[in-house]
Design a binder for this molecule. Structure first.
Ligand code: SPV
Ligand code: MN
Length: 658
């Protein structure tokens, strides 16, 4: 159990402001008349106290309150360019921001949950005891905004009024962070008090980039104070570390869902998208994938896109599962985004009319952006995440520097993307999710799509996500476990989170039609792993549309499926038809066999890997191991009859023989 308001409130203790009277005095003293008048709109006293504490701690020269007005937005953009955090590009309303070469992603080694002595946490989480974290904040954030302006914004993580939308205050000295916040989150300055009343709480985020020198990065920290729903971030700029509304607050949303959601709420690292069929019916999906494993691509593959990174989901009174996107924009990886695979996104990025903040891509002499895998001609030189760049430039270790960083990103509003469904995306009622997918980056084991036989099996599919290890993370088996693709954001013990997953998906409130189908997805099978000789993928980006279309058809009872020990897989005839209909492609039987044959030894060793790893954790629901047992015994039996590689034909015959 997570106890809220427990232990010392680090922000209050560091700022020293404990009453609304003190807060008013300090803010009246620090803010000019214009900004004070803006802040006066906010009646939530606690918000004043938090802001006053941030002022006392960080000692900015002045404070800018973001009202969300067009003037204020323009002012943030203007200041960002003046300050140099962003530079204008040739395309109207496009800017480029660079993070230090050493900070091109989340600084997981310097990211900590602040915990009390008696608090249980995930074995995968890094924690810091409250007193130690308080010392750190006091030492490093004291006066961190001297000579700077502190910006204060009020946002809603989700369509205002939605059951699981959470209001949040973003405090930062970075214009880039505030500008990103204005694009990615719904401003709720005028309605903040109502939002706080409705949700009963709000989140507080305090960030400063400090001097933003490479030598300061060792002192960079991202802290989540679980008990006081407050985050701190210092000496860094990458949005995943600093735009705390995103992953900082997602971690808190996971806590709130897990411990205060009555097993009827989930906060997931998932896209939300819809697939419309010929009859006009939209089937809604929510899907988990670890960072860099095609989550944005899958979201965009839908006909009715809603979100690409996060989902707040609940069991609704009407018997359905509902999801909202806490964000209203995307902070998407641009590597491999191209006309063929991502036409809508490319249009927003390459044609005038969209406000875009680029980060860490190459800018050429004409002020045009370039990135790896964009399918366009690349210039010979320019400026990128590590400064001047020319073709063939190498690092000191001799390896070539790519044109853009693999984690280079673009920040833009969802409604700039043609397949965004604004009506549903902005609906506080959320979308009724019918299919939940779990995917990773798995080169040799699981088929492209399979459906869990029950809610419990689905939960275990989610628990068993893996992704190929990166160069620095190669484990014994070359894969990294990524439970629900959400593990980096789960503060509490995995056992607590897993228990809620089992309870949520087995909720008796779901009606027959509302009970979601839970499925696995894998786009990363290689030719090599299926008897070929190349490392090429067994498929292409646009196939994703077909996997989603098949899942939609399955979830609506339009197609039958083949039963296997690990779940249901598609029949050839259905896929053949859908490949034609959805993407106009001939789907060969040979490819189907490669995609959907079960490689039993691989699957068994994958189950062993999971069993061993989960076996080291305390108090896990026994259901997890029961499902693994069931899969294993089914696979063993199948192997006795058909050997180690079993084709879909054989599977069909095997099940028929019963
Ligand atoms: C991810 O890495 O999962 C992202 C970007 O969505 S970050 O903001 O770094 O979390
Ligand atoms: Mn993410």
């Amino acid at each position: 159990m997570l106890k809220l308001n427990h232990g010392t409130d680090i922000l209050a203790a560091s700022g020293g402001v404990n009453s609304i009277a003190e807060a008013r005095a300090i803010l009246t003293d620090t803010l000019d008349d214009t900004n004070l008048a803006k802040l006066d709109v906010i009646k939530t006293e606690d918000a004043w106290v938090k802001i006053a504490n941030a002022v006392k701690l960080c000692e900015p020269d002045d404070v800018f309150v973001l009202s969300g007005s067009i003037q204020d937005r323009d002012e943030i953009r203007r200041r960002s360019i003046k300050k140099g955090e962003e530079k204008p590009l040739t395309m109207k309303d496009h800017t480029i921001h660079y993070d230090l070469p050493e900070e091109q992603g989340r600084i997981v080694d310097r990211t900590f949950y602040i915990v009390n002595e008696d608090e249980d946490t995930s074995v995968l989480a890094k924690t810091m005891i409250r007193d130690e974290a308080m010392e750190y904040v006091r030492e490093h954030m004291r006066g961190i905004m001297k000579g700077k302006t502190m910006f204060v914004g009020f946002f809603s993580r989700g369509p205002q009024g939605a059951k699981l939308a959470l209001p949040a205050i973003e405090i930062s000295s970075s214009t880039y962070v505030m500008h990103s916040g204005l694009i990615l989150y719904r401003n709720c300055f005028g309605t903040f008090d109502d939002q706080v009343k409705r949700s009963g709480t709000f989140l507080t985020n305090v960030h400063s980039e400090g001097l933003n020198r490479p030598e300061d990065l060792q002192h960079a920290r991202v802290f989540m104070d679980r008990s006081w729903l407050t985050t701190f971030s210092m000496f860094c700029t990458y949005a995943g570390n600093t735009l705390l509304l995103k992953k900082g607050n997602h971690r808190m949303a996971v806590d709130l869902a897990c411990y205060y959601g009555n097993s009827e709420a989930l906060s997931e690292h998932m896209f939300i998208t819809g697939m419309k069929d010929d009859s006009g019916r939209i089937t809604w999906f929510a899907g988990a994938a670890p960072s860099g494993c095609g989550k944005t691509t899958t979201a965009m593959a839908g006909t009715d896109f809603v979100g690409d990174d996060l989902a707040q989901m609940w069991v609704d009174e009407d018997g359905t599962m509902r999801a909202i996107n806490p964000e209203q924009g995307i902070f998407g990886i641009v590597a491999d985004v191209n006309r063929e695979g991502d036409p809508y996104l490319m249009k927003a990025l390459r044609e005038e009319g969209t406000e875009v903040i680029w980060s860490n891509v190459l800018v050429d002499d004409e002020g045009v952006t370039h990135w790896m895998g964009n399918g366009e001609e690349h210039p010979e030189h320019g400026v990128n995440f590590q400064g001047e760049w020319h073709k063939g430039k190498t690092k000191p270790d001799g390896t070539e520097i790519p044109i853009s960083h693999p984690n280079a990103r673009c920040t833009l509003r969802c409604d700039a993307i043609d397949n965004y469904n604004r009506e549903h995306g902005e609906d506080p009622a959320g979308v009724p999710v019918k299919v939940v997918t779990y995917s990773g980056r798995d080169s040799d084991t699981m088929p492209p799509v399979w459906v869990g036989k029950s809610p419990d099996h689905g939960v275990v599919i989610g628990a068993s996500i893996v992704s190929a290890a990166t160069a620095t993370e190669i484990g014994a088996s070359g894969v990294k476990r990524q439970p629900w693709a959400n593990a980096p954001f789960i503060p509490g013990p995995l056992a607590d989170y897993m228990k809620v997953q089992f309870e949520f998906f087995n909720s008796s409130k779901f009606d027959a039609d509302g009970q979601p189908v839970l499925a696995g997805l894998n786009y990363f099978l290689t030719d090599e792993a299926r008897g070929g000789s190349s490392k090429k993928l067994l498929g292409e980006k646009r196939d994703v549309k077909v996997w989603l279309a098949w899942l939609a058809a399955y979830a609506n009872g339009d197609v039958e499926a083949i039963e296997t020990p690990i779940g249901y897989i598609p029949r050839y005839e259905d896929l053949h038809e859908l490949f034609h209909k959805v993407i106009g492609k001939e789907y060969e039987w040979e490819l189907y066999v490669k995609h959907f044959s079960l490689y039993i030894d691989n699957i068994l060793s994958r189950i062993e890997l999971q069993r061993d790893a989960f076996g080291k954790e305390k108090n896990l629901p026994s259901k997890l191991f029961e499902v693994y047992d069931e899969w294993e015994s089914g696979l063993n039996e199948l192997q006795q009859h058909h050997g180690s590689v079993v084709s879909p034909d054989q599977l069909q015959a095997f099940t028929a023989a019963g």
